[in-house]
Design a binder for this molecule. Sequence first.
Ligand code: SF4
Length: 250
Amino acid sequence: MGEPDPTAPKLAPARDRVGPINERLAPLYPEFEGLNYANPFQLLVAVVLSAQCTDKRVNTITPALFARFPTAADMATCDIRELEQLVKPSGFYKNKAKNIRAACVEMVARFGGQVPTDLDDLVSLPGVGRKTANVIRGHAFETPGVTVDTHVGRLSRRLGLTRHQSPVKVELALAEIVPQAEWLHFSGRLIMHGRKVCLARKPRCEQCAVADLCPKVGVKGLAASRRRKKKAKPDSPQRAQRAQREPESK
Ligand code: SF4
């Protein structure tokens, strides 16, 4: 667990900072980049494909995919090899194709070929975790949940909004302090801020619009660990070889 930056000025409690943080991020990410979809079924498929893949790339794959298989019933009975080829550019395509088809089989068998709206029903579908379910509920059914992916978890901890590591606990902690109407937008903004500024390995605190509202929990430790690693590692294999060959001068 990281510690707050001891050099940072004392900040207001998370509950009082989260509003201003959200307000500052809002104009920076007015329409966070997202997936193209026309209905809940297309959104579910697109979200499954977006694991370990950019939204942009998914958006290049889905038009042909949905033209070939327009409904869950079509996808439930498709040839898995054909589906694999269509989703291949998204990476991990065998697994994704298997999960998507299995989810469609379940939707046809249990939900009349429709995407269920209930969170428990959604997470019972193959390949659909809590994060995916919340994205679907928030975007397709306007029943928002706080989407917690790796960015939202990391930023929430750095911003001192929660100390939890578990995505479910982060989700509940954010739901306590962020107004429900903002759940979806706030998580979308944190995702974009995590992609563009508060990067996992090297947060750009000096360029950050919410730096004065952020205790930078764990960030100092990150910089120290990077310095240690750099020191421990020779700059290049060639330099390491030279160091071994050349005796130290006295
Ligand atoms: S970039 Fe730095 S200041 Fe901004 S949210 Fe991340 S840790 Fe906080």
